[in-house]
Design a protein around this ligand. Structure first.
Ligand code: 5GP
Length: 188
């Protein structure tokens, strides 16, 4: 069976990856399956365990790392995030197209195992706009500052990506990303 396409969406914190992801997931032409990550971060009020993330404690996460159950993992703002390997492999091997949303540190680890993955770096409209979005989302100043400083480091990684998409309008950004996936599907 023909393997599915792996789409990796990355970019700085609060750049709007979530909105773009939702639009891509709703797109019937792409038939994307979302890979649910595992995290040690506490669940936010509006989140659902098993839908937004698998929320686990540190020990369970460490066990998953030891068992090599994660395709990649990274630390972000004091918490661990990782992509369950079996779920992604199963979907790709069943011919499904899979979307993974990760922060930039994780992309290299995924590309080693899936060199054909389509990876897209989402850029903010401007650094000022990104800072504004981070401050809107995180009213705890220390947390906002950490994310702003991490965002500027992550932006340095953008040039390593073949596909960079500016998020001025999530709909336009999603359309652009869709064209990259369709190009990759056509190539096979
Ligand atoms: P949040 O806590 O806001 O949901 O996510 C923080 C950051 O972790 C975001 O940039 C998000 O893309 C990233 N992230 C979510 N899941 C994963 C994952 O499985 N692996 C990696 N490396 N990063 C992730």
């Amino acid at each position: 069976m023909k393997k599915g396409i792996l789409l990796i969406l990355t970019g700085a914190s609060s750049v709007g990856k979530g909105d773009i992801r939702d639009l891509l997931m709703e797109d019937d032409d792409l038939h994307l399956f979302y890979s649910i990550s595992m995290t040690t971060r506490p669940k936010r009020e509006d989140e659902i365990d098993g839908k937004d993330y698998y929320f686990v404690d540190y020990e369970a996460f460490a066990q998953a790392v030891r068992n090599k159950d994660l395709l990649e993992f990274a630390e972000f703002d004091g918490y661990y995030y990782g992509t369950p390997r079996k779920q992604v492999d199963f979907l790709l091997n069943s011919g499904k197209n899979v979307l993974i949303e990760v922060e930039a540190q994780g992309v290299g680890q995924i590309k080693l195992k899936h060199p054909d993955a389509v990876s897209v770096f989402v850029m903010p409209e401007s650094i000022e706009e990104l800072e504004k979005q981070i401050r809107l989302r995180y009213n705890d100043e220390a947390s906002a500052k950490r994310r702003i400083s991490k965002a500027s480091v992550e932006m340095e990684l953008a040039s390593l990506f073949v596909h960079q998409v500016k998020n001025t309008d999530p709909k336009q950004a999603a359309e652009q990303i869709k064209s990259y996936v369709q190009e990759a599907l056509g190539k096979e």
